[in-house]
Design a binder for this molecule. Structure first.
Ligand code: SF4
Length: 404
């Protein structure tokens, strides 16, 4: 058997979140979260809209105070007026039952509620407050995500499992007990929600940890033990390249195995960096794995001593930015353009070969080569570009190809 490509998607129950389908064979959904104070309506509307324009198909906002809950219906209404059609999800911790009771318009405006079973309530209040949240989901006809997290694990459950483990003939190591606590927290809470009347088709599960190997182990187990739609994410992944690499490593393994129905890349943005970076990383992860297509993919060589200047790096950047900018329009006027493959190469060594593999490719002149840049379209050399206008001419060839 040819083992090429990702495994078939695991069969999960499909959940409708606003106008977006999650699981049950739907394409893997990209989501993200704002970092504004939700009570600041203008800032939150702007960031939700920016994330949506970048390609986030679901956006979550913190709902942590009465002011934030009161702001939610206004945020959703403003987004609707701007034709930003993205389901907004409320992220609740500790006091969600109180906020939803106080602001029914918030409960109605949100497309889904995220409930953390580790802090929904403590001691004997846990069951009551969890039941109240499920009651709001039933009353307003909303799905929920039961999102367990390593950093806010249900301590009563963890202690109980530690005690059980101590009585085992061959005790598990502490890491395995904690993983089991995380999984049980999610699964037991989902079962409780079903007993309270919420259909399984309105439940998404997540169980996030910050270690790559732990995350892979947790989700393999969770996937084997249930058919709920799964939200994947490495929590607290970190800043810059560390966050990108760790998230990609963990999620790629799981997605390749067919596990995961929606993903979030939780990056700590570099100071001044855009929040939308996490959306682009999520899209690129899904596209490079061959699971979805969002924007034409640009293949570029790293450059070496054979490149005469940084021009080819600049051209790769110009091409990447151009197609990313054009894609929202192409999505409407030229659906399918997202599958285009482009190559920008630095010299004759791999330039012509790589360019022939792409739909459109260019091989720039390296050290000692004639100042000419052959362009390949559908594997055939079509034209040779020269002079100062190479970048503009190449971009025009791409646009023309999409038009045709
Ligand atoms: Fe260097 Fe040429 Fe290879 Fe690019 S294609 S890395 S310039 S040898």
């Amino acid at each position: 058997m040819d083992a090429y490509g990702p495994a078939p998607r695991r069969v999960t129950r499909q959940v409708r979140v606003g106008n977006v389908l999650v699981g049950g064979g739907a394409p893997v959904v990209v989501q993200s979260m704002t970092n504004t104070d939700t009570a600041d309506v203008a800032a939150t509307v702007k960031q939700v809209a920016d994330l949506w324009r970048a390609g986030s198909e679901l956006v979550r906002v913190t709902v942590n105070t009465a002011a934030a809950a009161a702001a939610v219906p206004r945020i959703v209404e403003r987004l609707r007026m701007m034709s930003v059609e993205v389901p907004v999800i409320g992220d609740f911790h500790y006091n969600g039952h109180q906020l939803l009771a106080r602001e029914p318009a918030c409960a109605q405006a949100l497309a889904k509620y995220r409930i953390n079973p580790g802090n929904v309530g403590f001691g004997n209040k846990r069951d009551t407050q969890f039941a109240q949240l499920i009651e709001f989901a039933l009353r307003h006809d909303k799905p929920v995500r039961i999102g367990a997290n390593w950093g806010s694990l249900d301590q009563d459950l963890a202690t109980r499992l530690m005690d059980e483990n101590a009585r085992r003939a061959e005790p598990w190591d502490a890491s395995r007990v904690l993983r089991e606590a995380l999984i049980r927290s999610a699964l037991d809470s989902a079962q409780r929600a079903i007993e309270l009347g919420l259909p399984a088709e309105r439940i998404i599960l997540s169980a996030k940890v910050s270690g790559v190997q732990e995350l892979v182990a947790v989700y393999r187990d969770l996937s084997a033990r249930s058919d709920f739609a799964l939200h994947l994410g490495l929590t607290e992944a970190g800043i810059g390249s560390k966050g990108i690499v760790a998230s990609s490593a963990a999620l790629a393994v799981l997605l390749q195995e067919g596990i995961g129905d929606t993903i979030r890349i939780s990056l700590t943005p570099e100071p001044g960096a855009s929040r939308t970076q996490e959306v682009i990383v999520a899209q690129e992860l899904l596209q490079t794995l061959g699971l979805r297509a969002f924007t034409p993919m640009v293949t570029a060589c790293p450059g070496c001593g054979r490149t005469t200047s940084e021009f080819f790096q600049q051209l790769a950047k110009v091409v990447q930015e151009h197609v990313r900018e054009k894609m929202p329009q192409w999505k409407i006027t030229h659906p399918g353009a997202e599958h285009l493959t482009l190559a920008v190469m630095g010299c004759v060594v791999n330039g012509p070969g790589e360019s022939r593999h792409a739909d459109i490719g260019i091989s720039l002149p390296g050290t000692g080569e004639a100042p000419a840049a052959p362009v390949f379209v559908d594997g055939e050399k079509t034209v040779t570009l020269r002079g100062d206008g190479i970048a503009a001419d190449f971009v025009a060839i791409i646009d023309d190809y999409v038009e045709r």
